[in-house]
Design a binder for this molecule. Structure first.
Ligand code: NDP
Ligand code: OXD
Length: 310
């Protein structure tokens, strides 16, 4: 009984240690050197598996994504369709994302982006401080991560709304549902946070049309996927002044190419896909709980609906 680990960028030794602590009887095989007998692989823990590779393991019982998102896994058109694909839901990951969102919301709420720009011009100009209950934050996606961030911001006193496919009941959070509610949601949002999964329906959702629906001076925080944002449309909206700032953690091409205009744009802050890094110790515990469910004959939790893409 073994788990196959396949990810080029992760600290695989930390994962090996974490799995050994959680499930000592489960072998840990690093792809591609330690695969051994493919029939001994029960679980795969992957980021972006090599096309068709997961078909080789005839006894595979679940594919675990190393991330909350699964777009990188679903990119493999030969992914075995009969094996459940499970995404990562983990309290540490959720807390890290909430911290990231709370930090940048507060940054923009207190106009720190304007002060940073004024510092570069040696310009002393005060801005009136607004109360949190007058600041409209809008979160695209009210799932595990968006829901937690919305809850935290509402508790902190912001005027919070979220947009999702199905209606949500979260205390202090106004729920906007479906495509027809997107425009009204954007029109009331001064600080837009994207925490959607990347699917055929959400690709390019932050485009010129969406940006122009935001009020003058609004800001954008994208912590989901680079594919949600039409980069040229954002640059135009920033240059026109309609959007006053953007914090981007994710990009269409990662690492972001050295000549990309985002690197030096005065109104753009970039972080390097670190909004919520997974923590092997905590994530291994969440994944181990799911392997135990499967081994005792139950369906795993957080299985991806492949037709929806998340
Ligand atoms: P969930 O699946 O829990 O939530 C997704 C939310 O998006 C749900 O509320 C869902 O609505 C909504 N949604 C999906 N499609 C649509 C649509 N077409 N229209 C309206 N709403 C839609 O995902 P998580 O919260 O766990 O993660 C979100 C994303 O965050 C991940 O997919 C990943 O891309 C990104 N991420 C980024 C990280 C980083 O470090 N930058 C780290 C971790 C995740 P409903 O609830 O009605 O289904
Ligand atoms: C994720 C990510 O999807 O880190 O978890 O991007």
């Amino acid at each position: 009984m073994a788990v196959l680990f396949s990810c080029s960028w992760a600290d695989h030794e930390a994962w090996r240690t974490a799995f050994a602590a959680e499930i000592p009887d489960l072998g840990f095989r690093l792809w591609p050197d330690e695969i051994g007998d493919p029939a001994e692989i029960d679980f795969a823990l992957v980021w972006a598996p090599k096309r068709g590779d997961l078909r080789r393991y005839e006894n595979l019982r679940a594919i675990f994504s190393l991330g909350a998102g699964v777009d990188h896994v679903l990119r493999d058109p030969d992914l075995p369709s009969e094996v459940p694909l499970v995404r990562l839901v983990d309290p540490v990951l959720t807390r890290r994302m909430t911290d990231y969102v709370a930090h940048w919301v507060m940054h923009y709420h207190r106009d720190f982006h304007r002060f940073a720009s004024q510092q570069r011009q040696a310009e002393w100009r005060e801005w009136p401080t607004r109360d949190r209950d007058t600041r409209a934050v809008g979160i695209l996606g009210l799932g595990e991560l968006g829901g937690a961030a919305a809850r935290a911001l509402a508790r902190a006193g912001f005027r919070v709304a979220g947009w999702s496919r199905s209606a949500k009941k979260i205390e202090g959070v106004e729920s906007f549902v479906g495509a027809s509610a997107l425009h009204p949601f954007l029109a009331r949002t001064e600080i837009l946070v994207c925490l959607l999964p990347l699917t055929a329906n959400t690709e390019g959702i932050i485009d010129a049309h969406a940006l122009s629906a935001l009020p003058e001076g609004a800001v954008v925080i994208n912590a989901a996927r680079g594919g949600h944002l039409v980069e040229d449309d954002l640059l135009q909206a920033l240059d026109s002044g309609h959007i006053s700032g953007a914090t981007l953690d994710v990009f269409r091409i990662e690492p972001l190419p050295g000549d990309h205009p985002f690197w030096h744009h005065p109104a753009v802050t970039i972080t390097l896909h670190v909004a919520a890094l997974n923590d092997p110790r905590s994530a291994a515990a969440s994944i181990a709980a799911n392997t135990r469910r499967i081994r005792s004959g139950h369906a795993p939790g957080h299985v991806v609906d492949r037709t929806r893409g998340y």
